[in-house]
Design a protein around this ligand. Structure first.
Ligand SMILES: *[C@@H]1O[C@H](CO)[C@@H](O)[C@H](O)[C@H]1NC(C)=O
Ligand SMILES: *[C@@H]1O[C@H](CO)[C@@H](O)[C@H](O)[C@H]1NC(C)=O
Ligand SMILES: *[C@@H]1O[C@H](CO)[C@@H](O)[C@H](O)[C@H]1NC(C)=O
Ligand SMILES: *[C@@H]1O[C@H](CO)[C@@H](O)[C@H](O)[C@H]1NC(C)=O
Ligand SMILES: *[C@@H]1O[C@H](CO)[C@@H](O)[C@H](O)[C@H]1NC(C)=O
Ligand SMILES: *[C@@H]1O[C@H](CO)[C@@H](O)[C@H](O)[C@H]1NC(C)=O
Ligand SMILES: *[C@@H]1O[C@H](CO)[C@@H](O)[C@H](O)[C@H]1NC(C)=O
Length: 334
């Protein structure tokens, strides 16, 4: 596990009420129609570089330090997480990464959870993540993301593919970067575009983002459909993200011959026009985590959840019965 860089330990996300207000003020539907990006017009053969499934995830790096986002979690090391039954693999090779939902924890205390990151790092690729279930619930803040291991955050960038808090019904897709990177998209997407400033700092970490509009993209709605696939293509042309609820997963993904040129309108497009993707995003490890409260879930808490304080909910074990990932697989193609 890389512990030395601030980059690795900071999950800098669209924290705080500020971020949420910004989202609303920037909210608009994109209707620009222009030429499709090159990758959507031509068919390319992708070769499988790495497929993570089952036990593979138990060999990832387990982060076991204090949560950098100030969440009310105690992240367990691999041995402790496996012993506690919070990191398991079933007979179908499905990996579960869970928040504890049995132990008693005082209000404002720390509940056990898991945060893992891939031993391999990436500078590009077509990433296809298939989930049966994602964590949700009051106070719950799950994320599937990647971040640079060689540069101090936000230099080297952060790509957030799945993220949301509490009982939010929709997923948010976000980039964070060093200076000189803005979102300049004119292509249609299935999402609402949020802030366009990808450049982030500790004081201004909303990032540039898209909020999905379908309730099957996050939380209870995602799980009710038996999950689905988030796919993202990261290359010199940009970063493009597609979401498929389980009934809509294309055959070419299921058969292991993915062809993004056939996938239709993406959920998010971050083109290279306003941002040199190569120079702002590099050496990324892939991360799965679930935190509780922390900046974002705390500020957003009263709008959807009971009581006034997020920190009280941590004591209610039952509340965390749905706070788990069920990962079918993660494939990386080049
Ligand atoms: C992709 O692979 C198929 C089968 O191997 C081949 O027929 C096709 O020409 C390839 N397409 C490209 C664009 O390389
Ligand atoms: C489960 O995944 C492992 C790789 O982690 C693979 O070797 C094994 O064949 C898979 N088993 C099943 C039943 O798919
Ligand atoms: C893992 O965590 C447990 C519980 O905190 C601790 O006792 C153990 O020493 C840790 N193991 C390693 C290898 O760090
Ligand atoms: C759950 O999914 C079924 C289809 O599988 C759908 O008919 C139903 O409306 C969904 N319920 C909710 C609450 O999303
Ligand atoms: C935004 O992208 C368009 C092409 O889609 C380009 O003409 C324009 O110069 C870009 N603007 C910025 C600020 O990069
Ligand atoms: C983008 O950054 C890379 C790496 O620093 C550089 O090689 C490339 O020339 C840059 N592209 C443009 C269009 O400036
Ligand atoms: C605990 O959480 C569950 C699920 O969110 C909720 O139904 C229940 O009312 C909560 N219990 C208390 C004592 O707040």
């Amino acid at each position: 596990m890389i512990r030395s860089t601030l980059a690795f330990s900071l999950l800098a996300l669209p924290l705080t009420a500020f971020g949420l207000h910004q989202e609303n003020s920037f909210r608009r539907r994109h209707s620009g129609v222009a030429h499709s990006p090159a990758f959507m017009r031509r068919s390319t053969n992708y070769t499988l570089q790495q497929k993570y499934i089952g036990e593979d995830f138990l060999n990832w790096d387990f982060f076991d330090e204090a949560d950098p986002t100030d969440g009310l979690v105690q992240y367990l090391n691999a041995t402790a997480a496996i012993d506690a039954g919070l990191a398991t693999v079933d007979c179908n090779n499905v990996t579960t990464l869970a928040v504890d939902s049995t132990e008693s924890v005082v209000s404002g205390g720390l509940r056990k959870s898991v945060r893992i990151s891939s031993p391999e790092t990436y500078n590009s690729g077509l990433f296809i993540a298939d989930f049966e279930h994602m964590p949700f619930g009051c106070g719950v803040w799950p994320a599937y993301w990647s971040v640079s291991t060689t540069a101090e955050w936000p230099t080297g960038g952060e790509i957030d593919i799945i993220e949301g808090v509490n009982l939010n019904p929709e997923n948010q897709i976000t980039l964070h970067s060093g200076p000189g990177c803005t979102l300049n998209n004119s292509q249609p997407t299935t999402s609402n575009q949020g802030g366009i400033e990808c450049t982030s700092s500790a004081d201004a970490d909303s990032g540039c983002f898209f909020t999905q509009t379908t309730p099957t993209s996050f939380g209870a709605g995602f799980n009710n459909a038996s999950g689905g696939v988030f796919a993202h293509l990261w290359n010199t042309d940009g970063i493009t993200v597609w979401f498929f609820s389980r009934p809509q997963i294309p055959n070419d993904i299921a058969s292991g011959n993915p062809d993004p040129s056939t996938w239709g309108t993406p959920a998010a497009i971050f083109p290279d026009t306003g941002c040199n993707i190569t120079s702002h995003f590099y050496d990324h490890t892939i991360v799965f985590d679930t935190t509780i409260c922390g900046g974002w879930a705390t500020s957003a808490y009263p709008s959807t959840c009971p009581g006034t304080s997020c920190s009280d909910i941590v004591s209610n074990a039952t509340n965390f019965e749905n706070a788990y990932w069920k990962i079918n697989s993660l494939s990386v193609y080049q």
